[in-house]
Design a protein around this ligand. Structure first.
Ligand SMILES: [Fe+2]
Length: 383
């Protein structure tokens, strides 16, 4: 039998005769592809070689492809495909982290609405999981924007805004303890809304002046609950109090401005606004992510700390990661990654060709490197 070095084996390799660990023990049967798990086992046992009397089968058409064979030859495109695959691989974990946070928020807000002591520990654990996930998968906004929401808007909103807070915290290079505090504060920031009657908070038409004043109370109600009932420190509850204050002093409840607003609050406030804009509400349809971003950097720009707004824009792209765009050649694409220096030219992959059909093969483009293709408009392909 001839020896094959372990380092020469790759996932998907098949041999015409069995692969043996030694003279007697078959490791993999003939014509059976080697799996990642098989390779791990060999490496774990510090084996250097395996043995076979067969030949490697090189029929690519009938055998599972080697992983490297499935990557585009262009290294820039290969990187994009790997990013896409890695992001998609994390989807199940994302759904689990999201659900855990949703349930913790739901429980916390319900307890508050019933004037009961809530469980801060569940919120902290949920915040920790969100932080860990966003660190492990920095491209998480792709998943967030395409997440199918179930359940009450307020709980979903709080979870989504917390994810976006983590995006900004990461760009600002927050230390882990500081980012975890932000995640914790973000998840409970809007708990005061649980005290606002639903005929007001979910009203389809424009709020009357007196109704708007009732809504505004959710900030103070939350702060009082968090500090007096939950015994949280000021810096853990300040986001709930200040998150509707605006950078230009036009917000509520205290009309404070600029540096009077806590930095952590300024981060959450921006995340909160974006998350709300890309969600359906009883009184309006959701904005396209592009339109939400454009509104934030034009119409409502003065509401935000400009540095934080710039960072959010750089990290998300004007065509936010996970959103759909139409290209100058008529194809439809999904934004995969922002481009920090050329924000109108993110990395994308094609989801429909110019005739509206699924493309025959996966096509990835870093638009910063493609002079012939431009984005003509943002579109909505989500249900
Ligand atoms: Fe709020």
């Amino acid at each position: 039998m001839k020896a094959i070095k372990i380092e020469d084996l790759v996932v998907g390799n098949r041999f015409s005769k069995p692969i043996y660990l030694d003279d007697e023990n078959i490791f993999i049967n003939a014509n059976t592809p080697i799996t990642e798990n098989d390779l791990q086992k060999l490496k774990k046992n510090s084996l250097k070689e395996v043995f076979t009397e067969g030949e490697k089968i090189s029929d690519k058409s009938s055998s599972p492809k080697n992983f490297s064979d499935s990557l585009p030859a262009d290294p820039n495109k290969a990187i994009l495909k790997l990013l896409h695959m890695n992001t998609e691989k994390s989807r199940t974990e994302f759904e689990s982290v999201y659900k855990t946070a949703f349930l913790a928020v739901q429980d916390f807000y319900r307890k508050f609405s019933e004037d009961r002591q809530a469980d801060a520990n569940s919120i902290r654990l949920a915040g920790d999981k969100i932080y860990d996930f966003t660190k492990a998968y920095p491209n998480f906004p792709y998943l967030l924007l395409n997440h199918r929401e179930e359940g009450y808007y307020l709980y979903n909103h709080s979870v989504k805004a917390t994810f976006y807070s983590m995006l900004i915290a990461s760009a600002l290079e927050f230390s882990k303890p500081r980012a975890l505090e932000l995640a914790f504060s973000s998840l409970i920031a809007d708990c005061g809304m649980a005290k606002i009657p639903s005929n007001i908070s979910e009203k389809k038409g424009t709020l009357t002046e007196s109704e708007y004043k009732i809504v505004q109370k959710h900030t103070v109600l939350a702060y009082q609950y968090l500090t007096k009932v939950m015994k949280l420190r000021h810096n853990q509850a300040v986001v709930s109090l200040q998150h509707h204050e605006n950078y230009d002093g036009t917000g509520y409840p205290s009309k404070i401005k600029k540096i009077e607003i806590d930095e952590v609050t300024a981060i959450y406030s921006l995340a909160d606004n974006f998350s709300a804009m890309v969600s359906d509400r009883p009184w309006r349809k959701k904005f396209l992510p592009y339109d939400a971003m454009k509104t934030m950097i034009s119409v409502t720009m003065n509401k935000f700390d400009l540095n934080i707004l710039r960072i959010f824009l750089n990290k998300s792209s004007i065509y936010p990661v996970g959103s759909f765009v139409e290209l100058s050649d008529g194809c439809i694409a999904k934004v995969l990654e922002a481009n920090n220096t050329k924000m109108l030219r993110p990395s994308i992959y094609i989801v429909r060709d110019s005739a509206g059909n699924l493309p025959p093969s996966e096509q990835y483009f870093n638009l910063a490197l493609e002079n012939d293709i431009t984005i003509t408009k943002a579109i909505d392909l989500n249900p």
